[in-house]
Design a protein around this ligand. Sequence first.
Ligand SMILES: Cc1ncc(COP(=O)(O)O)c(C=O)c1O
Length: 361
Amino acid sequence: MNLFRPNIQQMTPYVPGEQPGIGERVVKLNTNENPYPPSPAAMKVLAEIDGEQLRRYPQPTALAFREAAGAVLGYDADWILPGNGSDDLLTMIFRACTEPGRAAAYPVPTYSLYSTLASVQDAEVVEVPFDDDYNLPADALAAAASAVTLVANPNAPSGTLFSPEELEALAGRVRGLMVIDEAYVDFADSSAIELPRRCPNVIVLRTLSKGYSMAGLRLGFGVARPEILTGLMKVKDSYNVDAIACAVGAAAIADQAYKNECAAKVRASRGLLAGQLEAMGFRVWPSQANFLLVRPPTVGAGQIYEGLKKRGVLIRYFQQPGLDDKLRISIGTDQENAQLMRAISEILSSACEGRGERGEQ
Ligand SMILES: Cc1ncc(COP(=O)(O)O)c(C=O)c1O
């Protein structure tokens, strides 16, 4: 019995990183969560949510959050569209803009949800490979002339960053909507948040999942000209942001001092961890996000991933061309990172002893 459209039947679903049960004792460095708790101001709002806020439907466009985000970013609330995580904004964009004959273009490897959402729409994709240094393949993306061009910035899983100038130049060359996915921007040196003002085809996506430590809340948003947001609103779920996310998210985004303090700690730990891994012979790509993409020196990436898992440390290993010799490690607290480094040294030295016993070089 064929219950589904042919493309749905054939597509492979998005595979999220493993989520151990609450209370399971693992060092969890596999899904790029922030190791620090959410803002105390946001937690206070959460504690004060009352039944009346839940009895009624929420305000359908999460106005309180749009106003809070607008005040922080210097945009009018009409330029901000929130969603159930930035994934929800991506869903709206693919629904509204892509179909067979209306393709999506993006550099790869990148966030794999882009290809999943294109499959749902049965839309073609133009996947332009990055070079080894993850430079922006601007000519090929422009030449694709797709209905949507997506650039994750910083990119995942490389952590590398493009300048706002490079992105602005690309926005002027692509044909359709240009999506700049800034999920990790809170850990970066620059942002393209000013581009929607200057470029009529740009939408910048942000999330509270990473910088604001609220991946469980599910709140993200897009910043673009109201004409773009009006189109996306036609395809959004009617109440896509619940009353709790709206109220708690508004308090979280208003607390920039707390977010910046946590991001500064993550950035400092990122530098420390990168240095330690490099000293052990790993190649470490320059990261502007809260994770590192690394290539191990001697032992295979899959073997290190398995060895870490056995020792209670979860990181991410993507078994796909171009990534299967690399590992993505989320930045934890300094204590978690130290546990990771101890486990990696153990794995590398036991592999080295094994080779020594077999008389290998
Ligand atoms: C590049 C990128 N964009 C978007 C998201 C989705 O974030 P959210 O939790 O806001 O849906 C992720 C999540 O890992 C991501 O890596």
